[in-house]
Design a protein around this ligand. Structure first.
Ligand code: ADP
Length: 702
């Protein structure tokens, strides 16, 4: 199976992700009892150092950064949330305030330093040597004085002496968790800025991809395929695109500082709950026969319930939902793996992609949570690759499915077309046999000296039968051409003779209409050329038939003009020109489509089915020749084509023009002027018995 390499590639990425969680970091100095000794660190080789370890801290006090260190001495691990911390041996609540202090001993001549400050629960101010370098919201020791905000900063550490005194004030009265939970990082300022802008570019790029992907999936759903899987995946992409820039490093918060903390936090939670619900829905829509309804209902109830709680309760309450929900999400992803595994085993379309992408999602989830719970650092490139891989694979699932359905629809349509063509040709054959009998019998009766009123009725019958036979023949011809069942012969033929015979066959009709019918043959016309005389005559007859039909006065001219000539072939322009009603420019393309006439009133006044030109066009197309028209309303039309005919090696023996043939015979070379038994000769539908239409030239094939 060709998808296997892709699945293997994804597995490789997953392993890399999991391995990067587990891979041991090079040993770095750790803060001990409020002091971090970086004197041995070479910032040119180790550009960043996390300030992790034990910090000095004071609970329920925001110390003055300018005041000298003093007061009670207590130490705590940093970063660590308040839920897990103890103050003087006793647990503390998640709401309150605290000050953390760290003394950093620097190596001689450090580079320009910066301090990367992530978000904390939920407001902070950071001072280095008494100078503020970062701030998110307003920390205070009472709820009314505190203002929550989440953003990441890279603060400038200016003119560092050999020692830095870092003081961090943190307060929380809004969130279920309090305190710091991510590492602060000291490092080469340029390197930190570069890391920050790389992260921003990757996040906004990913967000843009997701957003545009989501919009295009929605468009696809709305404007064509009402496939629920496409709808849910589109919504999922839109929902998740917010999380890419609004969560983790929260670049959106930095871009839109006026967005209040309760709003961004609600958005963060709601998009998470909805993303899971939409993904479950999407999986169900993809593989409805493999999912358990019970699981879907439970998941949706939990997700929509949490989303509703987030919207109607205060952050201090709904933020409690996150840890249990992450556990629930883990179960959902495991279930997804199982589901896609089942779908892949049952060979559902695109299930291998789904399986690979859920595996990748699982690894990504693992990786992100390791960072969230502080068991591993976060590598932006790895998360970017993980997300990109996941969405790419899911997009492939949909595209695979889409292509699969299109292919099925095409097969069904082709089957339908074949059935229609078979039906049409069978029916036409069936109709033609009794029709030929009717026509034959009418001729016999007409020859049997009928009474005048009987003759008139027989003429009407013959006219209608001929008309019907023409239509049936056109349909048969057309379905045959459409089904690719006609082959073009290359036998010696005389183009001049074919044209002469065609014109001769229509002379009496033209005379009856009072039209001048001319034939203009180029003297340079070579006698034997290779071609299909039946089809060439059929095209000329159709064009001439139309020209006479749509011309009330003036002339009709058939001309054959020789163009370029080489040792092998000769190019001939075959044209039929009339001074008839003409065709409006806007209709000049449409008339070559099947069952299309220039004017709806045409069939009323002139009759016809709109198949003649379509047949001519297809016959010529098979020979790589284009049928063209120049026309002006009220002045006439010229239908023409230029065809290259190979020169025949020996002069062809061309028998004289064929006369009327018995029904059922088919014109071949030499009988070309008679054209195909099916449709080469067409009777004017508006002809009435006894009138011009009764002329033998038009009814010749009967
Ligand atoms: P039909 O003649 O049976 O209607 P055709 O496919 O032969 O079908 O022609 C399609 C339409 O093209 C005609 O209905 C007519 O409107 C237009 N047309 C074809 N030939 C001419 C012509 N020589 N002059 C004016 N209109 C024409």
């Amino acid at each position: 199976m060709t998808l296997r390499p892709l699945v293997c590639w994804c597995c490789g990425l997953m392993v890399a992700m999991l391995a990067s969680c587990a891979s041991p970091e090079p040993p770095l100095p750790i803060a001990r009892r409020g002091v971090l000794d970086l004197r041995a660190v070479d910032f040119s080789r180790q550009p960043t150092v996390p300030l992790d370890g034990t910090w000095r801290w004071t609970w329920q006090a925001l110390l003055d950064p300018a005041a000298p260190p003093g007061g009670p001495v207590e130490f705590t691990d940093f970063p660590r949330t308040w839920k897990q911390s103890r103050w003087r041996g006793a647990p503390i609540p998640s709401q309150g305030c605290a000050t953390y202090e760290l003394t950093v001993l620097l190596p001689p001549r450090p580079p320009d330093l910066g301090l990367r400050v992530p978000d904390v629960y939920t407001s902070l101010r950071v001072f280095v040597n008494g100078r503020e370098v970062a701030r998110s919201g307003t920390p205070g020791c009472r709820a009314a004085e505190t203002d929550a905000h989440w953003a990441w900063h890279v603060g400038e550490v200016k003119n560092p002496a050999d020692t830095l005194r870092i003081l961090v004030q943190i307060a929380n009265f809004a969130h279920a968790k309090g305190g710091p939970n991510r590492s602060f990082v000291l490092g080469d300022r340029t390197y930190l800025y570069r890391q920050q802008s790389t992260g921003r570019v990757l996040d906004f790029f990913l967000m843009g991809c997701l957003f545009m992907g989501g919009m295009s999936f929605l468009g696809l759903y709305l404007f064509g395929r009402h496939d629920q899987a496409i709808l849910y995946f589109g919504l999922f992409c839109l929902c998740y695109s917010y999380r890419i820039v609004g969560v983790e490093e929260r670049f959106l918060n930095a871009q839109l500082p006026w967005l209040s903390w309760p709003v961004t936090t609600r958005l963060e939670y709601v998009t998470l709950f909805l993303s899971v619900a939409l993904f479950v829905r999407y999986s169900h829509a993809l593989y409805p026969r493999d999912t358990h309804r019970f699981f879907r209902v439970i998941t949706e109830t939990v997700c929509y319930g949490c989303a509703a709680l987030t919207l109607v309760t205060r952050p201090i309450f709904f933020t409690r939902l996150i840890d249990p929900f992450l556990g629930f999400m883990f179960v959902c992803i495991l279930y997804g793996l199982y589901l896609y595994g089942v779908a892949a085993r049952r060979n559902r379309p695109g299930a291998w992609f789904s399986l690979a992408s859920t595996g990748l999602l699982m690894a990504l989830f693992w990786y992100l949570n390791s960072a969230y719970f502080q068991t591993a650092g976060l590598n932006r490139i790895v998360t970017f690759g993980g997300y990109l891989g996941f969405f790419l694979l899911q997009t492939l699932v949909l595209q695979y499915r889409f292509a699969h359905r299109l292919q099925q629809a095409r097969l069904e349509a082709e089957q339908g077309l074949r059935a229609k063509a078979d039906f049409l040709s069978t029916m036409s054959h069936e109709i033609r046999t009794p029709l030929n009998a009717i026509i034959g019998m009418s001729h016999l009766l007409l020859a049997d000296r009928p009474r005048p009123e009987q003759k008139e009725q027989l003429d009407v019958m013959l006219f209608s039968a001929n008309n019907l036979l023409n239509i049936v023949n056109d349909i048969l011809d057309f379905t045959k051409i459409e089904a690719g069942k006609i082959s073009i012969e290359a036998i010696p033929m005389d183009l001049g003779l074919i044209a002469r015979n065609v014109v001769m066959g229509y002379r009496s009709v033209a005379d009856e209409k009072g039209l001048n019918l001319h034939l203009r043959l180029d003297d340079a016309l070579p006698a034997p050329v290779l071609g299909d005389p039946t089809r060439t005559a059929q095209v000329l007859i159709n064009l001439l038939h139309n020209a006479i039909k749509f011309t009330q006065e003036g002339s009709v001219e058939v001309s054959l003009t020789v163009g370029a000539r080489s040792a092998q072939d000769v190019r001939v322009r075959l044209a039929v020109k009339d001074t008839g009603i003409g065709i409006p420019e806007s209709k000049q393309k449409q008339i070559f489509d099947r069952f299309t006439q220039a004017d709806a009133s045409t069939s009323r006044s002139f009759g016809g089915t709109g198949l003649g030109l379509a047949i001519c066009k297809r016959i010529l197309e098979i020979q790589d020749v284009k049928l063209q028209v120049h026309s002006e309303v009220g002045r006439g039309s010229t239908f023409f084509f230029v065809q290259a005919f190979p020169l025949a090696p020996v002069p062809a023996e061309v028998p004289p023009a064929a006369g009327p043939r018995p029904p059922g015979t088919r014109a071949r070379a030499g009988q070309a002027a008679g054209g195909s038994q099916h449709s080469a000769r067409r009777r004017r539908p508006h002809e009435r018995p006894g009138g011009a239409g009764a002329a033998p030239a038009l009814g010749g094939r009967c």
